[in-house]
Design a binder for this molecule. Structure first.
Ligand code: SAM
Length: 287
């Protein structure tokens, strides 16, 4: 029935010469769709981030097909060959280890090349950790910002953290469990402890957890724990009044940093007053 609907506006899938970006589960293998299975079974070849991972899905659903490796280390070498195959009429599926290809996973570059060469790209939608976390967070979800993994270089990281702290929209971040506590500390420094967040752990899996409610409480909960499993963080945006309070928080943080670096209170306040276009006395009021 579902396939009839699809077939009513497309030919039988897979079609020759089409690049399929196929979403796969982010933990629970039952989240795979009939349409994805059909594509994985019937395309000319499946290009996978890790063939061992994709084999787990293929084995569970008793399907087999030609698998080749396609990941960030070999994609620049493989893309020209895959494009040649597509132009010769083969159908190709791209799958990552979990979730949607192209979302912090291989897929983006081949889609870009295929588009530039006039090759049709069809996405077979599947699970995505960002969307799954957002929808289950109870935070505003119709308009949001997805940051993926924050940069590792502190300067670039701080720039994005500052943007997140002032964003009126909900923000979604991916983070490794090893770095979650560092990220929570940074979020505290930039957003304050009262900002609502939700840490989604092991989505769709047996030990799925949604850990809220604000940065203070979540940091406290993780304080003495080893963080394991896959993590997505959802952060609430702020309103105008909160932006004002946040500016004060950031100025206060900068003031402390300048004083710790050796400036006098008066010199630091003068500098920050000029930088932020406010009176020196307002800076004094903050402390
Ligand atoms: N392409 C994937 C998608 O569509 O969500 C994301 C791949 S990215 C390399 C992996 C990151 O996604 C993990 O480090 C984690 O932040 C997040 N993630 C993936 N699966 C998750 C899960 N089951 N629960 C929570 N976060 C998950």
């Amino acid at each position: 029935m579902q396939n009839n609907y699809i077939l009513s506006h497309r030919k039988a899938e897979p079609e020759n010469g089409i690049l399929y970006l196929v979403g796969t589960p982010i933990g629970n293998l039952n989240d795979i769709s009939q349409r994805s299975l059909n594509i994985l079974k019937n395309v000319s070849l499946v290009a996978c981030e890790d063939t061992r991972q994709t084999k787990k899905i293929m084995n569970k659903f008793n399907i087999s097909n030609k698998l080749i490796s396609f990941n960030k280390y070999n994609s620049s070498i493989k893309i020209p060959n895959l494009v040649k195959d597509l132009k010769e009429g083969k159908s190709i599926a791209i799958v990552s280890d979990a979730g949607m290809p192209g979302i912090c996973d291989p897929g983006e570059d081949i889609a870009k090349t295929a588009k530039s060469q006039g090759i049709d790209i069809v996405c077979i939608p599947g699970a995505c950790a960002a969307i799954t976390a957002l929808v289950s967070s109870g935070l505003p979800s119709s308009s949001f910002i997805f940051e993926g993994f924050l940069p590792r270089k502190q300067k670039e990281r701080d720039k994005i953290l500052l943007e997140i702290s002032k964003s009126k929209k909900t923000t979604i971040i991916y983070e490794s469990p090893k770095r979650l506590k560092k990220l929570l500390k940074e979020l505290f420094d930039f957003c304050g402890g009262d900002r609502e967040i939700m840490v989604a752990r092991e989505l769709t899996k047996k030990f799925e957890e949604h850990i809220g409610s604000n940065i203070n409480e979540v940091s406290e909960l993780f304080k003495d724990k080893e963080v394991v499993g896959e993590i997505t963080i959802v952060i609430k945006g702020i309103n105008k009044k909160e932006v004002f309070n946040l500016d004060k928080l950031i100025i206060k943080k900068e003031l402390n940093e300048l004083i710790n670096a050796g400036l006098s209170l008066s010199a630091a306040s003068k500098y920050l007053a000029k930088k932020n276009g406010i009176k020196k006395s307002e800076i004094y009021n903050l402390i």
